[in-house]
Design a binder for this molecule. Structure first.
Ligand code: GLC
Length: 750
């Protein structure tokens, strides 16, 4: 084997780490009593100011390539005075080591710093946005990708990431839907745990594992109107059954930190919410890491109207369970006085400091403050061929085939003349998506470049921009129409700018922005075969396109390997297997629309007037949760259950035969849903409880089995107790949440 292959194998194993390590990080720290003793003695020696310092994080904005930030010397002074627990947006081997040296050699107590950064879907090797990676339904791939992100970030001195973002999102107007894993608690939980394992590894023995931070705790995605930062007013039941499970999964996976969110929940802002941050997170879940606020979220308690002034905000937040203040400086400014005045028990401050110090011990920073940051590893690994191969693999698996009439796809690489149209085809910035850390456009393979590389030398590619992503100018239409007319087929790119999703980027419309919709119509009118390739950060209401364009491919924002992955799918090097992690509405007026909805007393029926529906739209979504096509065809049959009746403590095995009835090998995500037909409270018409991604050669059949456990069947009853209630359960298995085979069983008290 060539060296590169050996290196690649070693590196990829290292990326995934030792999957068999069973001991959770929490247990390791808890089993280390002398860490607690060391923390005791540190706390005993700390002044009020030094305690407040450990609970304070500031944004630096400087690194090895940008050192001219005037605030740098100010922060160096604060570090020397023991008034900084962590810096964010600071990276670089030299920069982090210089600052760490001030902390551990220049301050009184020599407590090392945490360096945090938003490493959401890659550090320099940028992977698909999380919503895209969720479309792969492949937690092993997601874990691998986050491991690579951790390797690159830690080599650059970063030891804490503000990820995974695990907010459930049922409203695609909300721009931050792009950062999460969609609308479902089960898929969201599986992905949350995978991301934490990727970042933190099996343990913190190597200086590759970085601290994870599950955010934004909690229910940030339930903002009314999908408008970022807006009011959240949901029931405790909805909070616990829909929005909390991915956070609980992250905690069980050993996440070292959580981030409290900006929003209120039913009148109480998360960053002042003792019920959320202490009763549930610590009392019920046993979390013993620490909570950092979102950016100035503590200062905003005054704006929410729950604190009369900054001192009260600081008191409310710390007493609720926010251990560290990100920016805003309120803990440093007010905690010493609040403790002296008895408004905050010193024990509460000490416990917060303990949690922060515990994570610093867990990271090994007291043993070796300089363990993070390695130019040698950075040179060897960052943007290396194996990492880029993983990015290409992830991008391919994230692509969802939405339509393929007459098998127009895959296109032939020897096609004579191919038109490539649209502003996003040649764009290198938008494929990086939002929160792209140190991603650089120079590392992006654009869609056009990928297509150019994939086709034969004889193929003539005609490119036309057609229009801009926003704006109303049709000046480019004539050129687009002209190249379409000369072509044998058209690949038409349309979608959003990456800035149209992410933080503070909610949209009131889900249509293609600007004049793109008209460009699509104009190109389709030419009459050549058209493949519409979407690049976007949220579901789009592409109703006209879904009816009139013969082939549609959802590519989201795929990161540095965008062009190669799109070409792999369009020309058949890879058979797409992505499935939607979020429902696509026909129009924004249908929102909120999600698959695991309640039945109501008059379930929507387009043929019955007095039912829950719109008179101007069908009740069904444009594309349902779990939907995605393949270049082959999978057929499900022989659904069988291991029993017709079980007790509330039994498990049940569900089996189904999946056949690849087509002519191409391919992957399929078999999905398992249940419906608890009658309960002490109403239950969703469907709930995802399992999925398996399988590979089937053409003509092959495989039996896929799932296990439904009491955990799978449990719910919160009318008294909010977690129970399995007797009664009939339906089981659905299939290729998406609609096209399913059905069976049923009973739970009976014995
Ligand atoms: C932002 C975001 C949060 C991010 C933090 C630090 O406001 O809400 O997701 O981690 O600030 O950049």
């Amino acid at each position: 084997m060539k060296f590169i292959h050996v290196f690649a194998c070693v590196l990829l194993f290292l990326c995934i780490g030792n999957p068999f390590a069973a001991v959770s990080m929490q247990a390791q720290v808890l089993r280390n009593p002398n860490v607690e003793q060391k923390i005791d003695s540190l706390i005993a020696n700390m002044t009020f100011d030094e305690k407040a310092g450990q609970l304070s994080q500031y944004s630096g904005g400087f690194n090895d390539n940008a050192t001219d930030n005037p605030a740098k010397s100010h922060y160096e002074e604060l570090i020397r005075e023991g008034k900084v627990g962590s810096l964010l947006n600071v990276h670089g081997v030299k920069t982090t080591h210089d600052l760490q040296r001030i902390a551990v050699e220049g301050s009184r107590l020599k407590i090392p710093l945490l360096f945090g950064l938003d490493v959401i879907h890659g550090y320099k090797t940028i992977f698909p946005i999380p919503l895209a990676e969720a479309s792969s339904w492949n937690p092993g791939m997601v874990e691998r990708d986050e491991r690579i992100a951790a390797r690159e970030a830690s080599a650059d001195g970063v030891n804490w990431t503000f990820a995974p973002m695990v907010d459930i999102a049922r409203d695609p107007r909300w721009g931050r839907i792009t950062e999460g894993s969609g609308e479902d608690p089960y898929l969201g939980s599986v992905m949350a745990a995978a991301r934490v394992r990727g970042f933190q590894g099996a343990n913190f023995d190597s200086a590759v594992s970085i601290l994870a931070c599950a955010k934004h705790f909690a229910a940030y995605g339930a903002a009314e109107g999908g408008r970022d930062y807006n009011t959240v007013d949901i029931s405790e039941r909805t909070l616990r059954e829909i929005y909390l499970p991915p956070f609980h999964a992250a905690v069980r996976a050993g996440a070292g930190t959580l981030m409290s969110s900006f929003n209120e929940i039913a009148g109480v802002p998360s960053s002042a919410n003792h019920h959320l941050l202490t009763d549930i997170l610590r009392g019920e879940w046993g979390f013993n890491g620490f909570v950092v606020s979102d950016w100035t979220a503590i200062n905003e308690l005054h704006v929410h109207g729950i604190a009369a002034n900054d001192a009260e905000s600081a008191s409310l937040a710390l007493n609720a369970g926010v251990d560290m203040a990100m920016e805003g400086g309120l803990y440093q400014e007010y905690l010493p006085a609040l403790v002296k005045e008895g408004k905050i028990p010193e024990t509460v401050v000490n416990e917060a400091v303990r949690r922060v110090l515990r994570e610093k011990f867990r990271l090994g920073l007291f043993d070796d403050p300089y363990r993070f940051g390695s130019r040698a590893r950075e040179k060897l690994e960052t943007l290396s061929a194996p990492f880029l191969a993983s990015a290409r693999d992830a991008a391919r698996q994230s692509i969802v085939l939405l339509k393929n009439d007459n098998n127009i796809l895959p296109l032939k690489k020897t096609i004579k003349t191919l038109a490539v149209i649209g502003p996003l085809a040649s764009d290198a910035r938008d494929p990086l998506g939002s929160w792209s850390a140190l991603g650089d456009t120079s590392n992006v393979v654009t869609a056009l470049q990928g297509i150019q590389r994939a086709v034969s030398k004889e193929t003539k590619i005609l490119y036309a921009r057609g229009c801009d992503i926003v704006g109303s100018s049709k000046d480019g239409f004539s050129e687009a129409i002209a190249v379409a007319k000369k072509s044998d087929a058209v690949i038409l790119f349309a979608g959003e700018a990456s800035s149209m999703s992410g933080e503070a980027a909610s949209r009131s419309s889900l249509d293609l922005p600007g004049i793109q919709g008209e460009l699509v119509k104009a190109v389709v009118a030419v009459g050549k075969p058209v493949v519409l390739v979407l690049m976007n950060g949220r579901p789009l209401s592409i109703s006209w396109e879904a009816e009139h364009v013969p082939a549609i491919v959802e590519t989201w924002f795929l990161g540095v390997q965008t062009g190669n992955a799109i070409a792999d799918v369009l020309f058949g090097n890879y058979n797409p297997a992505g499935k939607l992690p979020v429902t696509f509405p026909r129009a924004v007026g249908q929102v909120p629309i999600y698959y695991n909805h309640k039945n109501t007393g008059r379930p929507g029926n387009d043929t019955v007037h007095y039912t829950s529906r719109y008179i101007d739209l069908p009740s069904s979504p444009l594309f349902p949760f779990g939907y995605g096509l393949s270049y082959t065809k999978f057929e499900y049959g022989n659904l069988r259950l291991s029993a017709e009746e079980i007790s509330p403590t039994d498990s049940l095995t569900v089996s189904v035969d999946v056949n690849n009835a087509g002519t191409r090998d391919g992957e399929e995500v078999a999905q398992l849903y249940i419906r608890d037909e009658y309960g002490s409270v109403t239950r969703p018409v469907e709930e995802l409880k399992g999925f398996k991604k399988i590979f089937l050669k053409a003509g092959a059949t495989k039996t896929v089995s799932f296990t439904l456990t009491p955990e799978s069947l449990s719910m919160l009853n009318i008294k909010m107790e977690k129970v399995v209630e007797p009664g009939t359960f339906k089981v659905f298995v299939g290729t998406n949440s609609v096209d399913v085979k059905e069976a049923s069983f009973k739970v009976v008290e014995r």
